[in-house]
Every structure is written in C-alpha cells, then in structure tokens.
Design a protein around this ligand. Sequence first.
Ligand SMILES: CC(C)(COP(=O)(O)OP(=O)(O)OC[C@H]1O[C@@H](n2cnc3c(N)ncnc32)[C@H](O)[C@@H]1OP(=O)(O)O)[C@@H](O)C(=O)NCCC(=O)NCCS
Length: 182
Amino acid sequence: MRPVQFDPVRIDPVIDTPRLRLRAPRRSDAARIAALCSDFEVARTTARLPHPYGLEDAEAFLASGDTLDPRRQARFVLDHPAEGLVGMLSFFGEPAPATEIGYWLGRPYWGAGLMTEAVKAALAWAVRDWGRTHVRAWRLDENQASDAVLVKAGFLYTGERRQTFVLSRGEALPSTGMIWLA
Ligand SMILES: CC(C)(COP(=O)(O)OP(=O)(O)OC[C@H]1O[C@@H](n2cnc3c(N)ncnc32)[C@H](O)[C@@H]1OP(=O)(O)O)[C@@H](O)C(=O)NCCC(=O)NCCS
C-alpha cells in the first residue's frame, strides 16, 4: 500500500476551484459567518448549527479551531472573489473508519452548483494531501439539495438509516448514510 503523505505541519491548506477558494477560517470571519448562519433556512437541515445564531456562536466556533487535531479535523471557509465568504465545509471524526463531511452555504448562493464544486475539490484534497481513502456523510431524508450535492460528488448510499438530532429544531429526524470511496 502507498504510504500516506500526510504532513502534520501543513495545517493551513488552500484549495482553489473554478469559482471558489477554500481556506482556513480566521477570527475575522466571525461577523460574516454569523450573518449567514443566523438564517433558519441554513440551520434547519444541519445537525449542529443552533438557532438563533449570533456573533458569539461564530466566535466560539472559530476559537474552537485553535485546538483541532489536524490529523482528525479540517475546516474550510468558501471564499468567492466577488462575494467574500459564502459558506463552510468541514471534515471531522476519526481518520478510520469514519471521516465525515459537513457543509453549509449562505442562502443567497444556493442553486448555482457552488457546494458541489467545493465538495469535489475538498475530496480530491483529502485523498491527495490528507491520506483519506473514503469519506462518510449523513443527511436528513428531507434534505434533497444535500442529497443532490453528495450524489453529484460521487457518494453512494450505504443503506444505513438513523435518527439525527437537529439542534436548531430540538428534535431527532430520519437521516440517510452515504459514503464516498477514493
Ligand atoms: C445543501 C446545500 C449546501 C446545497 O448547496 P448548493 O450550492 O445550492 O448545491 P448545488 O447547487 O451544488 O446542488 C444542489 C442540487 O440540489 C438540487 N435541489 C435543490 N433543492 C432541491 C429539492 N428541494 N429537491 C430536489 N433537489 C433539489 C438542485 O437542483 C441541485 O441539483 P442540480 O445541479 O442537479 O440541479 C445548501 O442548500 C445549504 O447550505 N443548505 C443548508 C445547510 C445544509 O443542509 N447543509 C448540509 C447538511 S447534510
């Protein structure tokens, strides 16, 4: 098997796509993240975004980035050359067997293929520079937009089902497991 080329010193990767730059979050991103995440329509299909979502939530999230283990977690903001920060994408969980992907995009930017573009590029980075061979995802059954993103990025259905607790709605909802294989 090919040795993993992971360099633990390189914790600040930049990934360029045709329309976006994926880069590490900065403390100065807090106000913009809060502005986009305070939209209930963004939070309601994610597991972890609270609602209401204020500046202090964004600041706490960004501060938690200081203690991330770069072998286990990677966070990116999606920068658009004209719009600035438009969303986020992260990998979390254990390197094996269960690195998981999660993401959100500000509502004004939905429906233009941006998240599909970001996910594809982030997966390529995860294989090439982070030594991953597969990535998992869970999405709510009702979240057909995320299903489309994952399918377009090459994810498959595992057949797993579970109830996922959705913080912004205070309830557990049915969700579907998916996997992407390098
Ligand atoms: C999910 C999300 C990231 C999608 O981002 P996006 O950039 O709009 O996604 P894309 O444009 O790349 O692809 C969306 C696809 O979903 C499709 N879609 C959107 N709403 C849909 C719906 N209600 N039913 C079926 N398909 C839908 C679009 O038609 C598009 O597919 P197409 O390109 O084949 O036409 C965005 O809606 C979002 O941030 N939602 C809130 C947070 C969230 O749900 N995160 C994921 C948690 S698992």
